[in-house]
Design a protein around this ligand. Structure first.
Ligand code: NAP
Ligand code: MG
Length: 462
């Protein structure tokens, strides 16, 4: 694994002005695997200036040429997929098979989809006596989390480049090595200097400087609601565009007619995969009172089977935080049926796959995002009660509904206050809009809806 000791700015790796370093740790064994520079506000300023200078040229590049660069980027990532998967596993801790299939697989699909969209999207439309041009917003400040290190980057940078925007990326401090590999791939793909820039650094230093920089036209942030709220406030004060992908506390609603075993098993897998570090995970499973104990037994069995198959959580802080939530669940009277707060291994930030029964809607573990392998099972009396529970958090990112037929599930899903719902185990669609209702965020990522976030309109009347 190659580690750069510089920042990727204006088409080259350069020393940082910031003198600090970030130590990257493998959460599976707590060993140091590399150090990267902690860029400061001066570095952010240099990167934003490079992005500004590159903007007019990239914005004027024909969409077909932007599509060709994105195709080359996708191909470069594909050619290096094993190296990327190993890097994600080393700094995030996910099992290598999951890194290959999901951490690399999803970004390849998304990068490919934006190569296609750049080539085919109508960047111009006629409305009566007007021609409306869809023009790039400008310089994008992208701030990404560690939970899907490459996907979160590609979901912002690919549509930004497709639109004709230029980008400064501040990736999460826990997963900067994947970001460095991405920067190498951008370079190899022949994207012109300054169009994409990488500043590794700390959130409150480099991240904040990027969000506040007057040369940034759009801040696209994914992460915690607490930081998202601050970024939204900063962007609001400057009247700059902002896109926020924040937390979730999604409901998996199993209606009485559903195939219970299938719904519960898929539901447990959904929460345990990536060690529960998925913002759209269905962390609350809602079961009808009459089938509740049957579901509890199925969920406990499924979670125990996950025991050795999940990776650690990302860092020591999350290790404490997630196990703290498990202790809170116990203290508030939930019934532990699998897992628990004790660290299952002497080394590494592992958490046992945990299932709580007898969770009531007001409990902390039913309201707050835990971001670990912890599932709560709640009982409902009837459909209206299920809907009240499903909608009863500040979040609205995702969800699932299971029923004997799709139409019954769809009728329920239409009443949920949430951005996306999987019907009877529907598959991930890289072209479908992804984003939140309520405090789960502002804006949408992926597909044509995601591209629109990076475009603004100009109408000419004739
Ligand atoms: P976070 O602090 O919100 O991190 C997200 C990104 O924002 C990182 O790049 C972070 O940099 C940066 N950041 C932090 N403070 C900033 C600031 N003041 N200004 C600008 N950027 C800033 O999230 P976290 O601390 O890693 O995780 C905490 C919790 O957030 C998790 O337990 C989970 O509940 C939630 N989370 C949600 C998602 C999601 O996809 N919705 C993803 C990750 C976490 P640093 O890496 O240097 O902190
Ligand atoms: Mg943080």
């Amino acid at each position: 694994m190659k580690v750069h000791d510089g920042l990727y700015i204006d088409g080259a790796w350069r020393p940082a002005e910031g003198t600090g370093t970030i130590t990257v740790v493998n959460p599976a064994d707590e060993e140091e695997i590399g150090r990267v520079p902690a860029g400061n506000a001066l570095d952010v300023d240099t990167a934003v200036r490079a992005a500004r200078a590159a903007f007019p040229g990239w914005a004027a590049t024909p969409p077909a040429e932007r599509a060709a660069r994105l195709t080359a980027l996708r191909d470069t990532l594909a050619a290096r997929q094993e190296e990327i998967a190993e890097t994600v596993t080393a700094e995030l801790g996910s099992p290598l098979s999951f890194s290959r299939a999901v951490h690399v697989g999803a970004p390849l699909l998304v990068a490919g989809s934006y190569a296609d969209l750049a080539a085919t999207h109508a960047f111009e439309e006629r409305i009566g006596n007007s021609t409306v041009f869809l023009e790039p917003v400008g310089v994008v400040g992208a701030i990404t989390p560690w939970n899907y290190p490459l996907h979160q980057i590609v979901a912002k940078v690919a549509p930004a480049l497709a639109a004709g925007c230029t980008v400064v990326l501040k990736p999460a401090e826990d997963t900067p090595l994947t970001a460095q590999l991405f920067a190498e791939a951008v370079h190899e793909a022949g994207v012109p200097a300054g169009v994409f820039n990488l500043v590794t650094g700390l959130g409150p230093v480099a991240g904040q400087a990027l969000a506040e920089h007057p040369g940034v036209d759009l801040v696209s942030f994914t992460g915690s609601t607490a930081v998202g709220r601050r970024i939204g406030a900063v962007a609001g004060a400057a009247v700059k565009r902002v896109a926020l992908e924040l937390g979730g506390k999604s409901a998996n609603v199993v209606l009485p007619s559903a195939d219970l075993a299938k719904a519960v098993n898929v539901g447990v897998a959904n929460v345990m995969s990536n060690s529960g570090q998925t913002c759209s995970a269905w962390t609350r499973m809602l079961i009808h009172r009459d089938r509740y104990e049957e579901a509890v037994a199925l969920a406990a069995t499924a979670a125990v089977k996950y025991g050795d198959r999940i990776g650690p959580v990302v860092n020591a802080r999350q290790h404490e935080r997630v196990r703290g939530y498990i202790r809170t669940g116990l203290a508030e009277g939930a019934r532990l049926v699998a897992g628990g707060p004790d660290a299952p291994r002497a080394r590494g930030y592992y958490v046992s796959p945990t299932v709580f029964a007898d969770v009531t809607p007001g409990m902390t573990i039913a309201q707050e995002e835990i971001f670990g392998p912890v599932l709560s099972l709640l009982a409902y009396e009837d459909e209206d009660d299920a809907l009240r529970i499903a909608n009863g958090t500040v979040y609205g990112l995702a969800g699932a509904v299971w029923a004997a037929d799709d139409a019954e599930a769809v009728a329920f899903a239409r009443r949920m206050d949430t951005g996306q719902v999987d019907i009877n185990g529907g598959r991930f669609n890289p072209l479908a809009p992804f984003g939140g209702y309520k405090q789960s965020g502002v804006g949408r990522e992926l597909g044509a809806h995601g591209l629109s976030e990076y475009l603004q309109t100009k109408s000419l009347q004739f």
